[in-house]
Structure formats: C-alpha cells, structure tokens
Design a protein around this ligand. Sequence first.
Ligand SMILES: Nc1ncnc2c1ncn2[C@@H]1O[C@H](COP(=O)(O)OP(=O)(O)OP(=O)(O)O)[C@@H](O)[C@H]1O
Ligand SMILES: N[C@@H](Cc1ccc(O)cc1)C(=O)O
Length: 314
Amino acid sequence: MDLLRNVEEVVTKEELLNMKGGLAYLGFEPLWPIHVGWLVWAYKLAELKEAGFDVVILVATWHAWVNDKGDISQLRAHGEKVIAVLDKIAKFRYVYGDEIAKDPRYWELVMRIAKETSLARIRRATPIMGRRAEEVELDFSKLLYPVMQVADIFYLGVDVAVGGMDQRRAHMLARDVAEKLGFKKPVAIHTPIITSLSGTGRMEGTHREIDEVYALFKMSKSKPQSAIFITDGEEEVRNKIWAAFCPPREIKFNPVFEIAAYLLIPYHGPLEVGGRRYDDKSALEKDYQSGVVTPQQLKEAVAASLVALLQKLK
Ligand SMILES: Nc1ncnc2c1ncn2[C@@H]1O[C@H](COP(=O)(O)OP(=O)(O)OP(=O)(O)O)[C@@H](O)[C@H]1O
Ligand SMILES: N[C@@H](Cc1ccc(O)cc1)C(=O)O
C-alpha cells in the first residue's frame, strides 16, 4: 500500500515510512450533506486502515458549535448521516467532540497548549476553520478553536494527523507544541483540495499563503453552488459538471480535472476519457495540458464516473 500516493504533503515522509502502525485521526465538523471533496480524505483513511493503522474519526460537534454551525444535538444528528456514508468506505472508529470535552484533562491540555502559543500564531491558524482572521475578532471562542484542535491530537494520542491542505496550520502547531511539552509529535498527512466548481475568480492582489487560498476557494458546503453533494442525483451531477469552471489545457485550480485526478482515478479508476483509459493522473495531466483531451470530453467522463461512484455510496 503506497501511503504517499495522492497526498499533497506529508510532514515528514521519513517519519511516516518508519512507522509500524499507530493511531491515525481526522476530525470533521458534522454538517449534512457533505460534498465529494470529503471523499478524498475518506479513501486515504481507508488506505491507512488497510495498512494496519487504527483509524479514529473525531466528529467535532464542539468545534462546529463554536464555528456557528448549529447546536450540539443537531450536529450529532448530522454526524450520524456522515458516518452512514463513511461506513460504506470502511469501518472506522468514531469519537464525539462533546464527549471528550466533558473530561477536565482535555481543558488542562487546552490551557497548556495555549500557554505555549502566541496570539499571532492562533490568528494565522483560522483557515483551519474556514475563516479569515478578521472574522474571528468579535467572538473570542473562535480563537480557542485551533487550540482545541491541537488538544484533540494530544488527548487522543494521535500518531498521524490527517486532513486536507487547509488543515495544515493545526498540525504544524501540534508538532511545535509537542516538542515544547514533551508530547508525541504527530506526523501530518495533507490530502489535496478540490477547488470550487466556479473556480477561484481573479486572485490578483491577494498575496495569500497557500492554505488560505485553499480555504477561500475550495469546494465548500457553505457555498452550495461550489459543490457536488453526496446526495445529488444523476441529473444534478451532470448539470453541475457541465456548468463547472474547466479552462482548456489548464489543470491548476480546475475542479473538473481535480475530481478526476484526486478522486476518480485513484479510488474509482480507471477513468475512460474520449476513448482512452487513464489509471494514472500524470497521463491525464499531460493529455489535458497538450489539448489531446478537451474540457468537453473531460466533463463527460467525470460526470459519468462520479454518478457511478455516488451510486455506490447511497
Ligand atoms: N474541497 C475540498 N476538497 C478536499 N478536501 C476538503 C474540501 N473541503 C474540505 N475538505 C476537507 O474535509 C475536512 C472537513 O472540512 P470542512 O468541514 O471545512 O469542509 P466543508 O464541507 O467545505 O465545510 P465548510 O463549508 O463549513 O468549510 C477537512 O479535512 C478538509 O480539509
Ligand atoms: N477544522 C476541521 C474540523 C476539525 C475539528 C477538530 C479536529 O480535532 C480536527 C478537525 C474542519 O474545519 O473541517
């Protein structure tokens, strides 16, 4: 099993390759319906499980409440629906944020981590909650969110922290604080992010770090027009893909190409495009960039394959 395939970044590869199993974790804010971007990490977690890791998923009810996504009981109900989909991919273990928050030891960890962290660093970590630093100024609880996410890692005893690229600041903070507090330093695996179906628009004048760019322009359930939901029917999927941003010969921030490259080819391949079969993303990349594969061909192929994949998860 190649754990390094279809990941954007591993910190560090050597540490991961030297591991013989351990606890891998990912957290999500439970809100239904989820979009297809989530499948990228779900399949990576399934690979980790297959490789012998114990995989625990944190249903982050508390964090989602802090992030204004609903009250705890509503969020738990959303979480159940997400778990029903993940169950079709692999049997993972689940813990709930509101359960671990009942333990005083959890809050002791929060305080110890906060003591080792500057306010400036916490402000820079807000992409992990899908927000810009300016947005959290009026609600102090949101500044505790990154500290809680790091506390989750130590509380659960995580060896490998998994998340999309927009989550990297939590994991880098956990690595730094682990050293200061003498805790186990987690390896971080960051999976690729699928861009919003409407693309990024014009990005000039925005000198942003890459994880901020991802947080702003990713396919996101907060922007329903940007996303293909797991609940979308065949016609909806086809219409959305048909209308999606998909510039010819351009693969960067091209959501249709990314769905093919990061989701369909690795986990539901091979992908049949314009009469050719692709079981490796670099071949499709080359053919798309040279114009051998057109946006229309790519859209047709992605829509058909995605409809079939979603069918399996319903
Ligand atoms: N577009 C995407 N492509 C790939 N992974 C994603 C995408 N969006 C989110 N993720 C990953 O899914 C996990 C949950 O993220 P998050 O709750 O922010 O997703 P979301 O559904 O877009 O929510 P929101 O709209 O509230 O930001 C994180 O690990 C994140 O990196
Ligand atoms: N920050 C994550 C959710 C999360 C919450 C707590 C964690 O420990 C990990 C992840 C997101 O927005 O999706």
